[in-house]
Design a protein around this ligand. Structure first.
Ligand SMILES: N[C@@H](CCC(=O)N[C@@H](CS)C(=O)NCC(=O)O)C(=O)O
Length: 238
């Protein structure tokens, strides 16, 4: 049985990380059974979650995990055109390497976002054996580290209003590319749908309010796509 190591379920979603939800969704799309477990970042081969264990094989990073699953189990991209593949690569990079950091900024750097994140994060730290008195200290230390990462990446140097503006630009592009198609690339579900869906689900399904969420909610195509994917692959959450 495959084990996917992520964080812990939050806000009625299987995981608060888009990368974990993406892999879990791909596994559901190809109908391969797996167990989703809380992982330890210190044991993660690349110090990040998710990673996956399949028999003796350990694969880290959601992109390499999906590559592995495509090769070993089922490749949802068979038969897609070179143009569609290029579109998928561009869209994935936009969401994972740019938009993601706007989400991180909202959750970790913004006080309102951190107040929401803190509750689940404290619980996770306690469950992993951190003594009660040290939990807020460690949480603040990690928050500082995340802020440093955001600064180094660049998005953390903007005001949050500017970052939201960038994020909305990404979502506008996404809505335009999705258009009124059933799946991101047409009538057939492809691996890129796991990424697109994971990000949209986390935006609409978590209590981080603001212009990003309002933008998605005001776009019937984005909402309908998210609901469709959820009804198809995460029935129990509907
Ligand atoms: N490129 C990685 C990104 C995964 C990632 O950024 N995971 C975050 C949680 S959403 C993490 O584990 N961060 C811990 C850290 O940066 O120390 C993937 O696709 O799996």
């Amino acid at each position: 049985m495959i084990t996917l190591y992520g964080f812990t379920p939050a806000f009625g979603l299987p995981d608060p990380s888009p990368f974990v939800v993406k892999v879990a969704t791909y596994l559901r799309m190809i109908e391969v059974p797996f167990e989703l477990r809380g992982g330890n970042m210190r044991q993660a081969p690349k110090g990040k979650l998710p990673y996956l264990e399949d028999g003796g094989t350990v694969v880290a990073d959601s992109t390499f995990i999906i590559e592995y699953l495509r090769k070993k189990y089922r490749d949802l991209d068979v038969g897609s055109s070179a143009h569609d593949r290029a579109l998928a690569v561009a869209c994935k990079a936009m969401l994972e390497e740019h938009f993601y950091f706007v989400m991180v900024m909202q959750r970790w750097q913004e006080d309102a976002g951190f107040a929401i994140l803190k509750e689940g994060f404290y619980r996770t730290l306690k469950q992993s054996g951190v003594p009660g008195f040290a939990v807020p200290l460690l949480a603040n230390f990690i928050r500082k580290q995340v802020k440093k990462t955001l600064h180094a990446q660049g998005v953390g140097r903007h005001s949050f209003a500017e970052a939201e503006e960038l994020g909305i630009g990404h979502l506008e592009a996404l809505a335009e590319l999705l258009s009124d198609k059933r799946y991101f690339l047409g009538d057939t579900p492809r691996s890129i749908d796991a990424t697109v869906f994971a990000f949209l689900w986390l935006i609409v399904g978590t209590p981080y309010e603001g212009r990003i969420k309002a933008y998605v909610q005001s776009h019937p195509r984005l909402v309908a796509y998210t609901e469709r994917m959820r009804a198809q692959y995460w029935k129990e959450s509907v």
